[in-house]
Design a protein around this ligand. Structure first.
Ligand SMILES: [Zn+2]
Length: 304
């Protein structure tokens, strides 16, 4: 393949990424408000004025309008250019890594589904399970395709089943401790879809990365919430737990410091469970779809 052809394709993939990113913004917005995706034409949510054609140009319109509605001056959410930019970058990276291939096309489909579900989960804790079903079907189709050199149909189906089983079991463990599901139903759908795409072995790896991503997202969010609610016991126990781990890992690796880690860890877990039992649903909800997306992206770009 000659270099100029590659650059030509890359250029068009970026343009397509920008336009589809713009479309995904609409899908995200309207799947949250139950509006049709095609109608009505794009308008300002504040003043309802119908937009000019150039107000729909990805990223550039946001920059030219300086992030404000052309008619009423209402601030436009930076989510729009950010999603457009992120979609473009992920499409471009996919092409750069996997070249002009059928696999690139499938990865672009999967990434698109993940972008939409991640955003609706982050914004409104809503995920359209139909998108996860599209992902699962395309994953099975890819692994079924004769000229694909990936995992094959058996791995795909086992992955689908394993993904559903693992996340559904964790979700139902919630009934045991807090009397409700520990995770949303969408998490089960998405994990099943990832299994269908990746096969069961890679799924396990990806779930591991997702767990790490979840910790990176959830722990600071959790501590921030505790700080805001002035929940002193949990903050102090978290501090003791962290210090014990650092001491154990760096200087005194003995039974005494291990005891401190165990006791402070268990106390923290008990305090959190007690808090979960008393508080509203809002505090228990952990957006796991973004973590699954992060884990999947890590797998696609750094492990494959
Ligand atoms: Zn307006």
């Amino acid at each position: 393949m000659d270099i100029s052809f590659d650059n030509f394709v890359l250029f068009w993939i970026c343009i397509i990424g920008l336009c589809l990113g713009s479309f995904y913004n609409v899908v995200i917005l309207r799947s949250l408000s139950n509006e049709s995706i095609v109608f009505p034409p794009s308008k300002c949510p504040k003043c309802n004025h119908k937009l000019f054609w150039w107000h729909n140009i990805p990223i550039f319109s946001y920059l030219i309008l300086k992030g404000k509605c052309y008619f009423c001056g209402e601030k436009i959410s930076p989510q729009y250019p950010i999603i457009e930019f992120v979609t473009m970058i992920l499409f471009a990276l996919t092409f750069l890594k996997f070249g002009f291939s059928l696999f690139t096309l499938f990865v672009i489909i999967w990434i698109s589904c993940l972008i939409i579900m991640t955003m609706t989960d982050l914004k409104e804790k809503v995920v359209d399970c139909n998108i996860a079903i599209i992902m699962a079907l395309s994953g099975i189709l890819y692994n079924f395709t004769p000229f694909c050199n990936w995992y094959g149909l058996k791995m795909s189906f086992l992955g689908l089943i394993l993904g559903i089983l693992i996340i559904e079991s964790i979700a139902r463990l919630g009934y045991l401790f807090v009397g409700k599901r520990a995770m949303g139903e969408a998490d089960t759908y998405v994990a099943g879809a990832l299994g269908a795409i990746l096969g069961w072995e890679s799924l396990l790896l990806t779930l591991g990365y997702s767990l790490v991503a979840a910790m990176v997202i959830i722990v600071p969010m959790f501590l921030y919430n505790q700080l805001r609610n002035k929940n002193i016991p949990i903050l102090i126990t978290s501090a003791i737990f962290t210090i014990s781990i650092i001491l154990f890992k760096t200087i005194f690796e003995n039974w005494l410091t291990y005891g401190f880690v165990a006791i402070s860890g268990l106390t923290l877990a008990a305090l959190i469970l007690k808090g979960l039992k008393n508080k509203k649903e809002n505090n228990i909800y952990l957006p796991f779809v973004p973590a699954l997306s992060a884990g999947t992206l890590y797998f696609i770009f750094f492990v494959i």
